[in-house]
Design a binder for this molecule. Structure first.
Ligand SMILES: [Zn+2]
Length: 334
């Protein structure tokens, strides 16, 4: 675990604390190594619909959010996609992790293949006030998986920057896929003007690592932590005095679970209690999820988000809590 922020020089952005929201926007590219379109396609198309509803909710309530978008989604056609591929591609030991393995599944364009293209949604996000389009790498790149090299990651980032430039988008922030990062991958980003990233929670259970390190026991403990307070509030003060800013994650907003539906009030109160703590202590509560997490059980998931936003509105009135995107934490020296 790397520690970029030092406790001595903490900076509190807002006296009433802040709520930071980030979304990992990836469609099938974020899940293809685990699931096929037949298995998960309905969640993806439901997630597209959820994007529009979230944008509407954010707009109506003056909520900022960062949309960390996979570069492949910016492409208009398969032809453009193939022409935009990086010069070097990841040589993961497990090649099933590489999204380039699945290029033959990709259709002609967004209208014909809503699972792999999203230029229309990128345009809607960009046009919605207060929304930041950030990067989630070009290919959903895994920085800690064995077999890949730093040069391959650099080439991936360059491809992401290039395709976004066609949409007049310049990245300031990154969310690393599967939250895999280390000092050298962060350095590749800062070299390219991307100086804000979402770090993991400090507790050992959220330590970044390759897939093989994420044991079943660790995943089970993280699941429990969503309902019961095991790791604390995970709120933080973001240090903006360094060359790079770590806007540390406080919580992954897990999708609604029918199996654990009786525990839903606990899941929500775990979040709202941490938000209240952030407002009281002038800290940041950073919550994130994937749009496809809201693709199934859409009304339950959007209802949870509505309750979180309602709680934020109360904290905004009572404490002056702010809604911030990751780019609002840009380092002063950057
Ligand atoms: Zn992802």
């Amino acid at each position: 675990m790397i520690e970029v922020n030092s406790a001595e020089s903490r900076v509190t952005a807002e006296p009433g604390g802040s709520l930071c929201i980030s979304l990992d926007f990836e469609l099938m590219w974020g899940v293809r190594d685990k699931r096929t379109t037949d298995q998960y396609g309905a969640n993806i198309t439901g997630g597209r619909d959820a994007v529009r509803q979230m944008l509407d909710m954010f707009h109506r309530n003056d909520i900022r959010a960062t949309w960390a978008t996979v570069g492949l989604l910016f492409c208009e056609t398969k032809e453009e996609m193939l022409a935009s591929l990086p010069e070097q591609q990841p040589t993961y030991t497990d090649q099933m992790l590489s999204n380039y393995t699945y290029l033959d599944e990709v259709g002609e364009n967004e209208a014909k293949d809503p699972y792999h293209f999203a230029p229309s949604l990128v345009a809607q996000i960009k046009a919605c006030p207060g929304q930041e389009v950030a990067t989630h790498t070009f290919s959903h790149y895994y920085c800690l998986e064995p077999g890949q090299t730093r040069a391959q990651f650099a080439a991936d980032l360059d491809a992401a920057i290039k395709v976004a430039a066609k949409h007049q988008i310049t990245f300031k922030s990154i969310v690393f896929p599967r939250n895999q990062y280390d000092e050298s991958s962060i350095a590749e980003c800062t070299r390219r003007g991307i100086s804000i990233y979402r770090g993991n929670e400090t507790s050992w259970m959220y330590r970044p690592g390759a897939r093989a390190d994420q044991t079943l026991a660790r995943r089970a403990i993280r699941l429990t932590d969503s309902y019961v307070n095991l790791s604390g509030t995970n709120t933080s003060s973001v240090n903006t005095n360094m060359a790079v800013a770590n806007v540390r994650s406080s919580r992954f907003l897990r999708p609604y679970s029918r199996r654990f539906r009786n525990l839903e009030p606990l899941r929500l109160s775990r979040i709202t209690a941490a938000m209240t703590a952030a407002a009281r202590h002038g800290e940041t509560f950073h919550i994130w999820w994937h749009p496809h997490n809201m693709g199934a059980n859409q009304s339950e998931n959007l209802d949870t988000l509505r309750r979180i936003i309602d709680h934020f509105i109360t904290l905004r009135c009572e404490h002056g809590m702010c809604s911030l995107a990751m780019e609002d934490f840009a380092p002063r020296s950057g």
